[in-house]
Write a protein that binds this ligand. Sequence first.
Ligand SMILES: Cc1ncc(COP(=O)(O)O)c(C=O)c1O
Length: 436
Amino acid sequence: MRITVNLVMINQTITQKVFENTEAFAKQLDNADDLKSYRNRFFIPQNNGNDVVYFTGNSLGLQPKTTKSYIEQELNDWATFGVEGHFLAKNPWLSYHELLTEKMANIVGALPSETIMMNQLTVNLHLLMVSFYRPTKQRYKILCEAKAFPSDQYALQSQVQFHGFNVDDAIIEIMPRKGEYVINDEDIYTAIEKHKDELALIMIGGVNYFTGQVFDMKAITEAGHKVGAIVGFDLAHAAGNLQLELHNWNVDFAAWCSYKYLNAGPGSVAGAFVHEKHHKSTNLPMFAGWWGHNKQTRFLMHKTFEPIESAERWQLSNAPVLSMAACQASLDIFAEVGMKKLILKSKNLTAFLEFVIEQININKNNCLQIITPKQNRGCQISIVANGYGKPLYNKLIENGVIPDWREPNVIRCAPVPLYNSFFDVYRLGKLLDELL
Ligand SMILES: Cc1ncc(COP(=O)(O)O)c(C=O)c1O
């Protein structure tokens, strides 16, 4: 049966029942896509003169075509004004980071005063844990997900050791149950309850980088607070991918990078969130720097640190303007589109990918095992290609389809709603069908 896709349908969540794994159908979906013109706002890498199918925006987002001009603006102002650019540049560098704050806050569901772009992700996690991991003899444990991204594991381990505790004793890792890939939410709550008197901190990835599992940040925050723990999240795979409400969920702190879904370029400036309830606290330990100091008196060069009463308090150094300019280019696109529309398309695109893989499985012995949970996911789908593994991934790359590979056995595909199309998904499916 042929199904006509119209604008009404694309603007609602499409159920899998109406999908067809055909080129014509994928193109129909693209034609009806409200956001289709945004693909043209990005440089799509090429393979033999054709757009690759780029499904790696969860690792490094694509470059907006405007990025260069945003950076050039700052380079030109630097050439023109030298140090005076701090005041005379079109976007004065003294307060450059403030240009990013509100747009970033809207993406993660925070107040502008709770949001700051600074440093790198792992650096921010450490800086925030200086304030929010304050172990005592009784309450010193950190709860996290097993197989968290290695940098997070190293950060947690080194924090625990820094405070003189033993890693094996102090870090509680929630594992998937035997034979399963993803963590059962119940096991998180059971562990919180079990360790309620010893738990200092819960620090979990909003989306697990390997499986694509999304955790219920609201419920975990509630459960953590109920037992007196602080709750923070690594949002590397969540910022720009999920509808977040950090403020309303009462999350204590969070950090994320901007080079994945936020398209700010390799190693670009990262983000941090601190709930406003902590801004005025006078007994928070922290590592301080002059960019966290009261703006009115910063240049009086006084000896005593006067913290800004916002997330800027955690800022140490003056803004890395060139990297922030790249970030700004992408945040302006997000501000134009809004997370609501992005999420809607993301759900449809990811559901289509799931459908296409299930269709391929019908004739291929179910060899493509999707390990990402159906309900709790963003746009990433993680696949174990039973019996094929890395050679299959290599073949995809050779043929102009770019997912990524995570040891030991997962191919991650992230159709990103800003620039991926339904036709991209169809192309991946067709190639998989041929290769398997
Ligand atoms: C979940 C997660 N945490 C931490 C990092 C490390 O980020 P950075 O090198 O920016 O500190 C990454 C990088 O991909 C990540 O995916």
